[in-house]
Structures are given as structure tokens and as C-alpha cells.
Design a protein around this ligand. Sequence first.
Ligand code: DAK
Length: 260
Amino acid sequence: MSEDLVLWEKIPPLATITINRPKALNALNTKVLSVLDQSLDEISREDEIRVVIITGSGEKAFVAGADIAEMSNMTSLEGANFSRLGQLVLRKVQELKKPVIAAVNGYALGGGLELALSCDFAYASENAKFGLPEVTLGIIPGFGGTQRLPRLIGKGRAKELILTGKMVSAKEAFEMGIVNKVVPLDKLMESVKDVAIQISKNGPIALSIAKSLVDVGYDIPLDDGCILESRSFGMCCAMEDTKEGMKAFLEKRKPVFKGR
Ligand code: DAK
């Protein structure tokens, strides 16, 4: 069943999405992208889910890229549609109103690295490997890699990865700023869940606004970003959660956020 290509489980306040094609190292084909798209829609409607984790099935790969077998037979139109589907799904990850963390448990290549880049940040296992090997196949990254990677790690480092197509280790990826933390494979989900739980305790609307301010603000002039921040801050002042957060501080108790 195509639904099994992507599994998602909800253990509030977290949801974990698992790309589940381990025999093909979780490569992204049209069906996987479509089911991932549906899963994101379902998760976005669940208020009790506060933070989302994306990982890959098995111990070898997060996602080893877009599906080369499927792409090898595409016409120009099919290629453009496939690239657009991937870009739209990854944009949905980026714009989800809940923080999304990538738990990179192995190869994150091509579209797999691009999926991780669309998340808010990533932790990796020691065995993980990263790269954009598209040019070795005579193609270019098609799911936003030429745009998101330089924004994250700078143009020079991004171009080195994109133009060589080489793979780097989790340690190198950490040093470049692609991932925030590297842990042994058997500690990866525990580490990601720990930080996800920490995030989930914060006001959900504040999280959503802060996430979007960082993303939107990054691409506009500083002054415009600061104006956007002030307006958003003003909006926060009208929220029940803001009043609750500050009241709880003054009353020396933990806040109870309701997402209002
Ligand atoms: N697609 C399809 N199948 C894949 C795959 C992939 N990306 N990666 C691995 N597999 C399959 C292998 O074919 C193999 O299948 P069987 O032969 O068993 O049927 C199985 O997974 C296990 O792989 P290996 O036998 O190769 O395993 P190894 O441990 O020896 O090697 C590896 C692991 C990750 C180093 C190797 O599999 C590898 O190099 N994989 C390809 C990595 C890669 O090049 N990824 C980038 C794909 S390109 C665009 C849209 C999107 C994109 C670009 C343009 N537009 C339409 C404009 C994105 C492009 C990409 O992501």
C-alpha cells in the first residue's frame, strides 16, 4: 500500500514521520512525496501535536535522494512536475506552523539532504553522510538545495558540496553547520525527542511566529525584518498564551498554553 511508504505516529505532543522505503534507502518517488504531502496536511490539523520529527526507516538511510530509477524515465514535463511536487512538499515542511526537526539516521543525499534542509534544524547519527551528488548524475539539485544550503552554510561551502557532489561525514556536516548535533545512532531518537519535548513546552503560536520570522526575515532587509518582528510582537501581546506565560512567571508556576 502506498500509504505505508510514509508512516506517521502521534504520541502527543510529538508526531514522528518515517519515510519507509528501506530497500531503496528511502528514496523519494512521486508516491512517497504525495503521501508525505497528505501526512503533513493531517498533522497540521492536529492541535495536540506541537513538534514534528522526520526520519528514515532502517539504520542505513535517512533518504538517499530522489528516486533515480523513476527520474531516469521522465520526460521534460514529468521532470518539471516531479521537481515542482518535491519543492511544494518541502515548502510545506518549512512552512508548517509547528517546528520540524530532522533526525538524520544515515545517508542524506540529494533530495534527502534537501528534505533535512527544509526542516527547522537537524540532528544526525554518527554514521550519517551528507551530499548533493546530483551533478555526478548530470542533473542539478531540484528540491531547493541550491537555495537553502547556501543560506544555511554560506555560498563557498555550499558550492563546494554542490559542484563536487562529494559526500561528507556527520562530523564534517556538524562543522559546516548543516546539523546541530551528532550522536551515536542508538541515541539519535532519544536526543531529538528530548529537544522536541523542550520545544513543545513553549507557546505554540509563539513557536509558529518565531519560526516564520526567522525564515521570512532571512530573505528581506534587516529593517523590514525588524518591522515584521515588532508587528508580530504586537500580535502576541493580544494572545491568551502571552498573558498566561507572563502571569505564570509572576506567580512562580509553569504556564499552561492553549494555543490561543
Ligand atoms: N534512487 C533509487 N534507488 C536508490 C537510490 C536512489 N536515490 N539510492 C539507493 N537506491 C537503491 C539502490 O538502487 C539499491 O537498490 P537494489 O539494487 O537493491 O534494487 C538499494 O537502494 C541499496 O543501494 P546500494 O546497493 O547502492 O547501497 P550501497 O550501500 O552500496 O550504497 C549509496 C549506498 C547511498 C552510496 C548508493 O545507493 C548511492 O549512491 N545512491 C544514490 C545516491 C544519490 O545519487 N542520490 C541523489 C539522487 S539525485 C529534479 C528533482 C529532484 C532532484 C533533482 C532534479 N528535477 C526534476 C529537476 C533530486 C535529485 C536527487 O536526489
